[in-house]
Design a protein around this ligand. Sequence first.
Ligand code: ATP
Length: 231
Amino acid sequence: MARQQRIRHDSAIAVVGLGRFGAALAIELADHGAEVLGVDADEAIVQSLHGTLAHVVQGDSTDPALVEQLGLGDYARVVVAIGSDVTASILTTSQLLRAGVAEVWAKAISPQHAVILDQLGVHHVVSPEADMGRRVAHMVRGSSDDYLEVDSRYGAMLVTVPEQLAGVPLRELALQRQHGVTVVATRHGEDLQNANLETRLRAGGAMLVAGPTREVEAFAALAATMRARGA
Ligand code: ATP
């Protein structure tokens, strides 16, 4: 049974559907200071997140009474993270839009699902499986553990610095001219720091390399080869 909870903070975010994707998203938001309301039909899931999220409620989000009772229309941001039950995703989303939520984010599990959500007027449609698949493809091509897509043809990759590039100022390495990429930050230990032309890379540290996807992948693969040769 859903319990009455009204939250009127603009900073509050509701996450509806606390499966693997929704729970990870809700926990990350909470860890970064957001007041998160999590909603799920499954009592065990709700119990497991008590104390982790500010508010957790068990209930069926397709029920208009629940949306009203929780005051979800007052939220500036709501994420619908229901995937495999497309009907529940669509019903929940359309109710939230009707209730006047300023920004609705919704997860799609297929291109068709994404089209329907878009046609409903969802402000942000995300396709985590498709996005992750694309991202991992770039990571595999660049032999890198991380790729950030800016758009389909531009991105950034975290690349381990090969010994051969260490100790020389970036100005002299001329990576932009030679490889079409820019080192925007370097990482030693935990912290990333902005790089400039005087920055010297450290062997074994990491560099965040940005540029057109093909160039970034090619450069990251070259760095991996250099590391293998240098090892
Ligand atoms: P994931 O990959 O994130 O685990 P999924 O794509 O398999 O998720 P679903 O199984 O459809 O997605 O749902 C994710 C969560 O949403 C589940 O925990 C489920 O209990 C919850 N959920 C599904 N329908 C509803 C609903 N009508 N109301 C509230 N929660 C719901």
